[in-house]
Design a protein around this ligand. Structure first.
Ligand SMILES: *[C@@H]1O[C@H](CO)[C@@H](O)[C@H](O)[C@H]1NC(C)=O
Ligand SMILES: *[C@@H]1O[C@H](CO)[C@@H](O)[C@H](O)[C@H]1NC(C)=O
Ligand SMILES: *[C@@H]1O[C@H](CO)[C@@H](O)[C@H](O)[C@H]1NC(C)=O
Ligand SMILES: *[C@@H]1O[C@H](CO)[C@@H](O)[C@H](O)[C@H]1NC(C)=O
Ligand SMILES: *[C@@H]1O[C@H](CO)[C@@H](O)[C@H](O)[C@H]1NC(C)=O
Ligand SMILES: *[C@@H]1O[C@H](CO)[C@@H](O)[C@H](O)[C@H]1NC(C)=O
Ligand SMILES: *[C@@H]1O[C@H](CO)[C@@H](O)[C@H](O)[C@H]1NC(C)=O
Ligand SMILES: *[C@@H]1O[C@H](CO)[C@@H](O)[C@H](O)[C@H]1NC(C)=O
Ligand SMILES: *[C@@H]1O[C@H](CO)[C@@H](O)[C@H](O)[C@H]1NC(C)=O
Ligand SMILES: *[C@@H]1O[C@H](CO)[C@@H](O)[C@H](O)[C@H]1NC(C)=O
Ligand SMILES: *[C@@H]1O[C@H](CO)[C@@H](O)[C@H](O)[C@H]1NC(C)=O
Ligand SMILES: *[C@@H]1O[C@H](CO)[C@@H](O)[C@H](O)[C@H]1NC(C)=O
Length: 429
């Protein structure tokens, strides 16, 4: 049922005529009339699209059509036949429509539909004519993705292979770097199928972005941009100061980290340690300048800046900041030089006076033999300045007082040399 062997079922056709027709079919050479042809529209179809297998030059008043999958007339491969009404065959998938003019429509094609299709036309004289057409279904290409065989290549060292994937058959590839077609470079090499791009001895200029495009006759698709993270050693930055010798509480000092590098971050170091930002310090938005305003004596010391990128970092040579400051406590207002000298002279006069008093007491006390032992004992044992004990002997009180004064004096004198050693200097303005 459903085969185009219709003539056997036609009434009024004697068997001898049918045999004659078959023999005619076998030996008859077609006249120079129109030749049945099959046109595939479109010739290359995208998966999911609809295609027509157009039957051209079909004989007038045909008795029927039959379409077969493949190149043979094989009933098991019958898609559809048409005589009075369409008859579906075992190869019908539900997507085929056979028109009365012999044309076959296949909807929503898949790559499995690629192949040959044979049309058998039964003419009104029972002769049959057949023709085979071909259908080629191409896939719709997915969006390609660029992958690299080295996500962190080092400049001047590594060779990177970029691949445009996934691999699909009969696909052409194209590449762009920075929105432009590939430059003429000996360091760039495309594979024969252009699916892989090799970048020899990468430089920081090879960062990209890279884009690849995959195309076949029915579709084209472009990748997202891909950026190569090329690592390189950064060059050493240098550090500059608006003034390396400044006076405490006066004017700002501005330290500037100088570097030619781009895409780097900057960190600051003070006396070899990460700088803790005090309230009087501000960094520029890119961290390249450090402003200290007002300057404090605590800011004296060695500064360094460090530039770093993803792979490498480099620190500047140290830069010493000298802060001149006055002897007076930070909290008090400026004292004149005369006042400072007066304080020093006063302290020294006090020390001299106490020294004289100690000598006077000592001379008096040596006259009392019993008291001398006490004083000797005190000198050899009392080194902790303790004043809380209940001993009320006058010699002990004076000794302690003297020691206390000397101790105070030595502290105030120490502050000057200590400040100088700490890369600051004492000054009187
Ligand atoms: C129909 O057949 C004629 C004669 O063979 C041929 O010239 C013509 O191109 C054919 N038409 C089509 C659409 O194939
Ligand atoms: C046959 O009919 C279909 C549907 O009407 C049409 O799309 C197709 O072009 C016709 N074939 C020819 C060869 O004209
Ligand atoms: C086309 O076929 C695919 C399976 O090959 C199916 O998922 C899809 O729904 C079909 N589309 C239409 C419009 O029928
Ligand atoms: C990437 O491929 C290139 C070329 O084959 C090779 O020289 C390089 O070592 C590869 N890199 C890695 C990290 O595998
Ligand atoms: C790729 O093209 C060749 C020749 O054109 C063809 O034989 C093959 O079937 C095609 N493959 C696909 C998946 O389309
Ligand atoms: C690259 O091209 C795209 C569109 O083709 C455009 O939107 C984008 O601004 C371009 N980028 C540059 C850096 O030229
Ligand atoms: C690329 O360079 C080669 C040799 O250096 C040259 O022959 C070729 O013309 C160049 N192509 C372009 C597009 O500049
Ligand atoms: C890559 O660098 C190596 C060593 O520096 C050199 O021998 C080689 O010629 C370079 N390759 C290219 C393509 O520039
Ligand atoms: C990168 O490009 C710039 C400007 O084109 C050039 O001055 C520099 O030398 C290049 N760097 C490298 C490592 O090729
Ligand atoms: C920076 O790069 C240089 C040269 O490749 C290397 O000697 C140094 O160890 C690197 N420094 C860091 C912190 O990675
Ligand atoms: C640095 O500051 C000191 C103290 O204010 C000043 O005497 C000196 O001229 C300044 N030097 C420069 C180069 O501005
Ligand atoms: C500046 O430095 C601070 C730390 O000191 C860091 O958190 C910040 O990200 C840096 N900013 C820039 C732009 O490098």
């Amino acid at each position: 049922m459903g085969t185009p062997s219709g003539p056997s079922r036609r009434r009024c056709i004697p068997w001898n005529r049918l045999l004659l027709a078959v023999s005619l079919l076998t030996f008859w050479t077609p006249p120079t009339t129109a030749q049945l042809t099959i046109e595939t529209v479109p010739p290359l179809a995208a998966e999911g699209s609809d295609v027509l297998l157009l039957a051209h030059n079909v004989t007038k008043n045909p008795l029927g059509y039959a379409w077969y999958r493949g190149e043979r007339v094989d009933n098991s491969q019958l898609i559809a036949s048409y005589r009075v009404a369409t008859t579906k065959g075992p190869a019908h998938s539900g997507r085929e429509t056979l028109y009365p003019n012999g044309t076959l429509l296949i909807q929503n094609v898949t790559q499995k539909d690629t192949g040959s299709y044979t049309l058998l036309v039964t003419k009104d004289d029972l002769q049959t004519e057949r023709q085979t057409g071909h259908l080629h279904i191409l896939p719709m290409l997915p969006r390609p993705v660029i992958t690299s065989n080295n996500s962190n290549p080092w400049e001047h060292q590594d060779t990177v292979v970029l691949t445009c994937g996934p691999e699909t058959q009969n696909t052409s590839y194209m590449w762009w770097i920075n929105n432009q077609s590939l430059p003429n470079s000996t360091r760039l090499e495309l594979s024969e199928d252009k699916r892989t791009l090799t970048v020899f001895n990468v430089t920081r200029n090879d960062t990209g972005p890279y884009v690849c495009e995959a195309w076949n006759p029915v579709s084209v698709s472009r990748s997202d941009p891909f950026t190569l993270n090329v690592l390189y050693p950064v060059a050493q930055p240098s550090l500059q100061a608006s003034n390396t010798t400044v006076i405490e509480h006066e004017g700002p000092v501005v330290l500037t980290c100088l570097t030619d590098e781009t895409g780097i971050s900057i960190r600051w170091f003070f006396k070899g340690r990460s700088l803790l930002l005090a309230q009087r310090m501000t960094l520029s938005s890119d961290n390249s300048t450090l402003t200290i305003d007002p300057v404090s004596r605590q800011d004296a010391g060695d500064y360094q800046c460090e530039v770093s990128n993803r792979g490498n970092s480099s620190r500047s040579d140290p830069l010493s900041l000298h802060v001149k400051y006055k002897l007076t406590p930070e909290s008090s207002s400026d004292l004149s030089a005369g006042a400072i000298v007066g304080i020093v002279i006063g302290a020294m006069a006090g020390v001299a006076l106490i020294g004289a008093l100690v000598y006077f007491v000592y001379v008096i006390s040596t006259r009392g033999a019993s008291d001398q032992r006490d004083l000797t004992e005190h000198k050899s044992s009392d080194h902790n300045h303790s004043q809380g004990h209940s001993d009320s002997s006058p010699e002990k009180f004076l000794t302690a007082a003297t020691k206390k004064h000397y101790s105070h004096k030595s502290t105030s004198l120490d502050s000057i040399p200590a400040g100088t050693m700490d890369s600051t200097s004492y000054s009187v303005s």
